[in-house]
Design a protein around this ligand. Structure first.
Ligand SMILES: NC(=O)c1ccc[n+]([C@@H]2O[C@H](COP(=O)([O-])OP(=O)(O)OC[C@H]3O[C@@H](n4cnc5c(N)ncnc54)[C@H](OP(=O)(O)O)[C@@H]3O)[C@@H](O)[C@H]2O)c1
Length: 239
C-alpha cells in the first residue's frame, strides 16, 4: 500500500496511544497523512510518544486523558475537534487487563477493567458520533481481542469486557450504518507489547503492534460500499 497522503485532510483520534498497539496505529495513520490526536493517562509517556511522531513529520495533538472519566472524554473530543478539525477516524484502543481466578478478584478490579475497556468506548463513541452523523462519514474501530471470542482460566474479567465490546461494536455498527459510518472490531491474539508478560511465549513469533496498525489501515481504506465489520488476527506460527 502506498501510505503517503491516503488520509490527507483527515483527523484521527487514537485512545491509549502512548505505547504499544495505540502508538503503532497513530504512527501508521500519521504516515498516511492524517492529523492525529493521542491520549493516555501518563503525561510524560504521552509527550514522549507525541514528540517521536512529530519528529517523523506527523501533525500530532497530545491530550492527557483518563478514558474512564466522562468529563475528560468530553474535553478530549472537543479539543481535538477545535484544534485539528472534525474527527474522521476514532480508534478505541485504550485497554487494561487484570488476570486471575474470578473468585479472587475485587469489585474495584472489575470496575477498572469494565470502565477502561468497555464503558470508555461507549462514552468516546457517543461523543464523536453526532459530528460523524452530521457529515455522513466516519470510521470507528474498536480494539477487542480473541479474548472476546474465547474463554480461558484466569481471564474472566478481561474476557467479559472484550466479549461485551464485541456486542457493543455490533450494535453501534447497526445504529450508524445508515449514516455512512462504519464501526469495526479488531480481535488480535497475543501481541508483543508491555500489556502483559505473555509468559512462555516467544515475542518474535507473536503478532506485532504494527500488524494491528496494518489492519486499521486496511479498514480505513475500504471502498465506500464495503464494510469489514470484524477482523480476527493470529500469528502464522504459534508463539
Ligand atoms: N497486547 C496484547 O496481547 C493484546 C491482544 C489483544 C488485544 N489487545 C488490546 O489492545 C489494546 C492495546 O493494548 P497494548 O498491548 O498496546 O497495551 P499497552 O502496551 O499496555 O498500552 C495501553 C495504552 O493504553 C493507555 N491506557 C490505559 N488505560 C487508560 C485510560 N484509563 N485512559 C487513557 N489511556 C489508557 C496506556 O497509557 P497510560 O497507562 O499512560 O494510560 C497505554 O498508552 C487494549 O485494548 C488491549 O486489550 C492487546
Amino acid at each position: 500500500m502506498n501510505r503517503a497522503h491516503t488520509l490527507l485532510d483527515q483527523v484521527a483520534l487514537v485512545t491509549g496511544a502512548s505505547r504499544g498497539i495505540g502508538l503503532a496505529i497513530a504512527r501508521r495513520l500519521g504516515q498516511m497523512g492524517a492529523r492525529v490526536s493521542l491520549c493516555a493517562r501518563n503525561a510524560a509517556n504521552l509527550e514522549r510518544a507525541a514528540s517521536a511522531l512529530r519528529g517523523e513529520g506527523v501533525q500530532v495533538l497530545a491530550l492527557r486523558t483518563d478514558v474512564t472519566r466522562g468529563d475528560e472524554i468530553t474535553a478530549l473530543v472537543s479539543e481535538t475537534q477545535h484544534e485539528l478539525g472534525p474527527i474522521d477516524i476514532l480508534v478505541n484502543n485504550a485497554g487494561i487487563g487484570i488476570f486471575g481466578p474470578f473468585h479472587q478478584q475485587s469489585e474495584a478490579g472489575w470496575d477498572a477493567v469494565m470502565d477502561t475497556n468497555l464503558k470508555s468506548v461507549f462514552l468516546t463513541s457517543r461523543a464523536v458520533a453526532p459530528e460523524m452523523i452530521r457529515r455522513k462519514t466516519g470510521h470507528i474501530i474498536n480494539i477487542s481481542s480473541l479474548a472476546g471470542k474465547n474463554t480461558f482460566a484466569n481471564g474472566a474479567i478481561y474476557c467479559a469486557s472484550k466479549w461485551g465490546l464485541l456486542g457493543l461494536s455490533g450494535c453501534m455498527a447497526e445504529d450508524l450504518r445508515a449514516h455512512g459510518i462504519r464501526v469495526s472490531a479488531i480481535c488480535p491474539g497475543s501481541v508483543a507489547t508491555e500489556f502483559s508478560p505473555h509468559a512462555g511465549k516467544d515475542p518474535s513469533k507473536m503478532l506485532q503492534a504494527d500488524d494491528v496498525a496494518h489492519a486499521v489501515a486496511a479498514l480505513v481504506t475500504q471502498a465506500p460500499g464495503s464494510f469489514i465489520s470484524e477482523v480476527q488476527m493470529r500469528p502464522t506460527q504459534k508463539p
